[in-house]
Write a new protein. Structure first.
Length: 450
């Protein structure tokens, strides 16, 4: 036995989902190394060549024709039928920590936690445009209606909180390279809607209308909820629609959130030294730094999946300005989150993923770089990964992953394995077929696991 994940409660009214959902999986398939995931999504596709993958030969080739042998017959986004010239990295790199991990000088704080990182330099994806690439990274598919990673985790494992949603999404943005983010990226798809991600506001009140209207006290609100629950119960008996059970549960959750959300977003108990560690100027100001400290508070309260989108990385032009600005937005707070969790003894069972939906071309596009799918980098930390390591490699110009290639399906399979889940065995029936996060692909990357 590998330890319990969660017991599946008996079915609720009319066979719907039970109110106290603890997860569809009764037992862990694999050793449980991580209990929760914080996904730091760098939306827009940060360049691996200015972040985590140092290519001195590309720097030496800067401004010269890019070798045809690399690109012949390959899919290019907006560089098709153009003269391709090499674009050298705008930064320098240095080795950091006992591990000697090479990290761009744009990220001095992340470099300071290099020995906690597991850098994957050999990622590949199948989608070259933002929306579909985001969908693929989040759901393992470009087909609309597929559940997101967070929805699968909440469905399979439940959450350790009854007072907050088990899957919460936060957004922030920088000054350059903004790309819109569709809510389908945190959709529950074919799973019941109670497993979808809930977007909290990053500025002002985290949840709109969470308080009672004037003249409505807590006891009156409780009576209203009880009556709605009773009437929905009658409806559930007649229709046997699982969404009725979702409706009942969401009314209950909303009632509980009237107390839990104000406490969650009250930063008064956070010492100034902690705010300074993250670089938070004003709690709740909508910044990535403020969202990071809120992510830690959510993790403490038992939320299963916390996803932070930072829109700042689509640098088709002004690569230098965009990269410097985006790095300044996220560097300090990302490192602080890792440090803070480690100090609290939470990093060991919290899996952090940092990265975008794809990389950028080693060929220039004006003053920027185009989308790139054949090689890019992400890093993980905590949650059972092998700290202080790099895995895989791209070729000498950073064009293609050539060593220990990791697909998006492989990444998903590995993340599930760290959570104690065999990716083949977490599925649901839809139109007579098994649907799962990894589809019919995916291999666990044991080389990144401690």
């Amino acid at each position: 036995m590998h330890g319990r994940l969660a017991a599946t409660p008996s079915a609720g009214p009319a066979g719907g989902l039970p109110e106290g959902w603890n997860g569809a999986l009764r037992e862990a398939h694999l050793p449980v190394r991580a209990k929760r995931v914080i996904y730091l999504c760098m939306a827009g596709g940060p360049s691996h060549l200015e972040t985590l993958d140092w290519k001195p030969q590309l720097k030496a080739l800067d401004g010269q024709p890019f070798p045809d042998s690399f690109t012949a017959g390959q899919q290019l986004a907006q560089l098709q039928n153009t003269v391709l010239k090499a674009r050298g990295p705008i930064t320098t790199f240095a080795k950091h920590g006992k591990s000697g991990t090479e990290i761009s000088d744009l990220f001095p704080h992340i470099a300071g936690v290099a020995d906690d990182l597991c850098v994957i330099r050999s990622m590949q994806t199948e989608q070259i445009n933002h929306d579909t690439a985001h969908a693929f990274m989040n759901t393992g598919s470009i087909i609309k209606g597929r559940p997101s990673m967070g929805s699968w985790l909440l469905y399979g494992l439940g959450a350790e909180t009854q007072d907050l949603p088990g899957f919460i999404v936060l957004n922030s943005q920088g000054k350059y390279g903004l790309q819109p983010i569709s809510a389908r990226q945190w959709s529950s798809g074919v799973l019941p809607s109670r497993f979808q991600g809930i977007q909290f506001q990053s500025r002002g009140g985290a949840v709109h209308y969470v308080g009672n209207p004037d003249g409505v006290c807590q006891s009156t609100q409780r009576q209203v909820i009880d009556e709605i629950r009773r009437m929905n119960g009658f409806l559930a008996e007649g229709t046997r629609d699982p969404e009725i059970a979702t409706r009942i549960a969401q009314y209950e959750l909303a009632f509980k959130m009237q107390s839990s959300v104000p406490d969650l977003t009250d930063f008064k108990n956070e010492p100034q030294a902690m705010l300074d560690l993250y670089g938070v100027k004003e709690p709740g100001d909508g910044s990535y730094a403020s969202n990071c400290i809120l992510a830690r508070r959510l993790a403490e309260r038992g939320v299963r999946m916390i996803q932070l989108y930072h829109r700042a990385w689509d640098h088709h032009g002004d690569l230098e300005g965009g990269m410097k600005s985006g790095a300044k937005d996220v560097d300090q707070a990302t490192a602080a989150l890792i440090t803070d969790l480690k100090q609290r003894g939470m990093l060991d069972d919290t899996l952090i993923l940092w990265g975008g939906e794809f990389g950028r071309t080693p060929m220039g596009q004006g003053t920027g770089r185009d989308h790139h799918i054949l090689g890019f980098s992400v890093f993980m930390a905590g949650g059972g990964v092998k700290a202080g390591t790099t895995y895989g490699a791209t070729d000498e110009l950073g064009y293609r992953s050539v060593e220990n290639i990791v697909s998006v399906h492989d990444l998903h399979a590995t993340m599930l394995a760290l959570m104690g889940v065999d990716h083949h065995r977490l599925n649901t029936k839809f139109q007579g077929l098994d649907v799962r996060l990894t589809g019919v692909a995916g291999e666990v990357v044991k080389g990144v696991m401690a």
